[in-house]
Design a protein around this ligand. Structure first.
Ligand SMILES: [Zn+2]
Length: 76
């Protein structure tokens, strides 16, 4: 069974749950307050892709040659 992530706005709690994919879009019971928690979609695949995408241009277009930061206020 796949793992899905759910978020309970009552407790501000994120938790993972193993459940059949047929039930993935249904609300899950929060382990803390037992209210319905909504499924959230992990941004992990998305964020790793974008950080990989920026890393190359950042190094090339960096205005600071000392620390290679994109916007450096320390090295001037
Ligand atoms: Zn809760």
């Amino acid at each position: 069974m796949p793992i899905y992530e759910y978020f309970c706005p009552q407790c501000d709690l994120k938790f993972e749950l193993l459940r059949p994919s047929s039930q993935s879009s249904e609300t899950a019971s929060c382990p803390r307050c037992d209210n319905g928690a909504e499924r959230i979609f992990s941004s992990f695949a998305c964020s790793s892709k974008s950080s990989e995408g920026i890393s190359t241009p950042l190094g090339r277009t960096s205005p600071c040659s000392t620390c290679s930061a994109p916007s450096c206020t320390t090295c001037g």
